[in-house]
Design a protein around this ligand. Sequence first.
Ligand code: FUB
Length: 344
Amino acid sequence: MRIAILIVCIVILSASCSKDYESMELKPGEALVTDNYTADPSAHVFEGKIYIYPSHDIDTGVADSNDGSHYDMKDYRVYSITDFNSPVIDHGSVLKLEDIPWASRQLWAPDAAYKNGKYYFYFPAKDKDGLFRIGVATSDKPDGPFKAQPKPIEGSFSMDPAVFIDDDGAAYMYFGGLWGGQLESWLSGNYYPGALGPKPDEPAIGPRFVRMSDDMLSFDGPIKEISLLDEEGNPIKASDQERWFFEGAWVHKYKNTYYLTYSTGPTHLIVYATSDKPEGPFTYRGILLLPVSGWTTHHSTVEYNGQWYLFYHDSTLSGGKSHLRCVKYSPIKHNSDGTLKLVK
Ligand code: FUB
């Protein structure tokens, strides 16, 4: 009898949970913004709200190519969510290409951080020589506007910066991406255009990791490569495109474990690996998000009011055009064994 009552309670509870989302203004799996194309959402809780720092996709007529030139963005916008029952707030354009002295084109996936009473906005762009560099812009408010530093961060290269601040206040940047993201070309420390990267049976390229200076404007110490291992402790190989790192590294901490989530690029997965240290090595654990509509997949994770969320994008709003994407979200769950529940 007790078991029967328990089962009925569980059924009623789970029905009311899913109903909660159904009756909400912002539903999981639906485009959060429909009057602009948005992608690569980096979500953070600042001042009690979820702030989303996405790429702002536009169509400038540049033809599709493997180096991603058609992702030809010219500014950044910021959005916020106070609660999932109210519409997303659009804070407008907060940083424009024309106001970044060193950048020439392609404002790709950004991130933001808060430290020392200031907000820091990190972004990749091509410099005047066509090399991706990572810049930083600052503001007193999470919704900007942001003022860019005159030069990119010294020693920066490639793209997709994600800044993680640990419980002890230390800040780290994870970055890098293959193909159009140019990471293969930097393996020796200098830029070699057209470099092919490792052979199929060699270890795959890992994302880059570096400690940020106290003022959050420069790198403090050497840039290291993150090791990605399989569950037997062997390096993930370059041929293993279901598990290799491609772009979009993101780190969150849950119960003293660091979760590195990233895109596998041509196999279109968001997967995850865990470590007990922010610099790794990270051990591959599984898939977080199955392929979405469009070529790219890119995400972030954030805890808000005791619930963890995945923010991600797909290309449904543009009818499948890979460079015109829309940001969405889904609740996510850490299982008791440390794995993450798969989002389909
Ligand atoms: O938005 C441009 C690029 O597409 C990002 O930097 C990558 O992560 C991919 O989503």
